[in-house]
Design a protein around this ligand. Structure first.
Ligand code: HEM
Length: 360
């Protein structure tokens, strides 16, 4: 499915979709006229629109009440997934499915999202052309058709629906909250905001940014990596089950064991990071101020099941924030000191906060 280079409305590349959505987001921020506002809903809508364009081929306006409700349900599910109720459900689904509790809200919200995406799949099936895929759903349908005699391949309409649910859920909350953290660090540390903006002005100016610019923007790249490290979006990673008896680091792990790997222990390891508890883009800069990758950077996990959306997340972070910083300077509401406290569900999100976006 990797041949899907142009997709969605206007058959654009991924980069073009993110650029276009960034300008819509700037328009929505401008409506606030420099006054304090909570950017959550607008950012969430913008990020969901990028995934929507990729998965089902179109975006929703920021004042679409139904879509906003859907996004709220998704956010609620991701938050509740971190609750003890969900862990109990994962461990004892047979019993827990009969008991009331927040896990029932997660199940019901996921089912509603699946119904919404199932409708999209059905609409696509009515007029798809296997030689001309418009988006992920079309490309998947073509693959399903090609492999219809291969029962082992697992390409079914049901799995298509749940793959779109995974992409939608996996790609919306994580990136939304990372962008929220990035803006929060910008208003908390105005000097850092100015250094990122100075580099944008010097390397890009006012034209739309492209991913090829990032190689020349060492400080900005270091800033984004530090946001991902410090925000520690998925602190306990995803629970995984050992498929066979395994020995790891001298420990025997029997088949069927559920394992939770603690990403915080790596992202905040005091033997790996000079100032693990402090926001410091210098973690990703060498002595000459050039960007350097770090071995302990595991924000997207590692191995076969590591996040498949890492590339997309980096593109979104870079393009959204560069365009926002070309358009606005950001500050906290007058007289307020931004708080870096978080609320931990399945992901770690900033507490709701307000900022001011002043057109430049
Ligand atoms: C800043 C943004 C993001 C962060 C920090 C993040 C982080 C993660 C982490 C830690 C995992 C668990 C990997 C493991 O179990 O080893 C994961 C899985 C996943 N992510 Fe992301 N992610 C982000 C953005 C995205 C995006 C944009 C997409 C959508 C395209 C996405 C889709 C997924 C999916 C589908 C999985 C499950 C993969 C599987 O079960 O094999 N993520 N992500």
């Amino acid at each position: 499915m990797s041949h899907l280079k142009n997709f969605g409305e206007g058959r654009k590349t991924l980069e073009e979709h993110i650029q276009r959505e960034s300008y819509f987001l700037c328009g929505a921020f401008k409506e606030e006229q420099g006054g304090p506002f909570n950017p959550l809903v607008k950012i969430n809508n913008a990020v969901a629109n990028v995934i929507g364009s990729l998965v089902f081929g179109h975006r929703y306006e920021y004042d679409n009440v139904d879509f906003q409700k859907r996004l709220q349900m998704s956010a609620e599910s991701v938050f509740l997934t971190g609750s003890v109720w969900n862990q109990l459900y994962d461990a004892y689904p047979g019993v827990m499915k009969w008991l009331p509790g927040p896990h029932q809200t997660i199940i019901s919200n996921y089912q509603k999202l699946a119904n919404f995406l199932e409708e999209k799949v059905e609409q696509h099936r009515q007029d798809w052309d296997s030689n001309n895929p418009r988006d992920y759903i079309d490309a998947y349908l073509a693959e399903t058709e090609k492999r219809k005699n291969d029962t082992e391949a697992g390409f079914t309409i049901d799995s298509l629906v749940w793959c779109t649910v995974d992409l939608f859920e996996g790609g919306t909350e994580t990136t939304t909250n990372t962008l929220r953290w990035a803006l929060l660090y910008m208003i908390k540390y105005p000097d850092i905001q100015e250094m990122v903006r100075a580099e944008i002005d010097q390397v890009i100016g006012s034209r739309p940014p492209t991913m090829s610019d990032r190689a020349n923007m060492h400080y900005t790249n270091a800033f984004f990596h530090e946001v991902l490290r410090k925000a520690n979006l998925v602190p306990l990673n995803m629970a995984r089950t050992a498929r066979k008896d395994t020995t790891l680091g001298g420990y025997f792990i029997p088949k069927g064991t559920v394992m939770i790997t603690n990403l915080t222990s790596v992202l905040y390891d005091k033997h790996e990071w000079e100032t693990p508890d402090t926001f410091n883009p210098g973690h990703f800069l060498d002595s000459e101020g050039k960007f350097c990758r770090r071995n302990a950077f595991f924000a997207f996990s590692a191995g076969k099941r590591q996040c498949p959306g890492e590339h997309l997340a980096h593109m979104e972070l870079f393009i959204f924030l560069t365009i926002l910083l070309q358009t606005f300077s950001f500050s906290p509401p007058p007289g307020e000191e931004p708080s870096l406290e978080s609320q931990v569900g399945f992901t770690q999100a900033p507490l709701p906060y307000k900022l001011c976006a002043h057109p430049r």
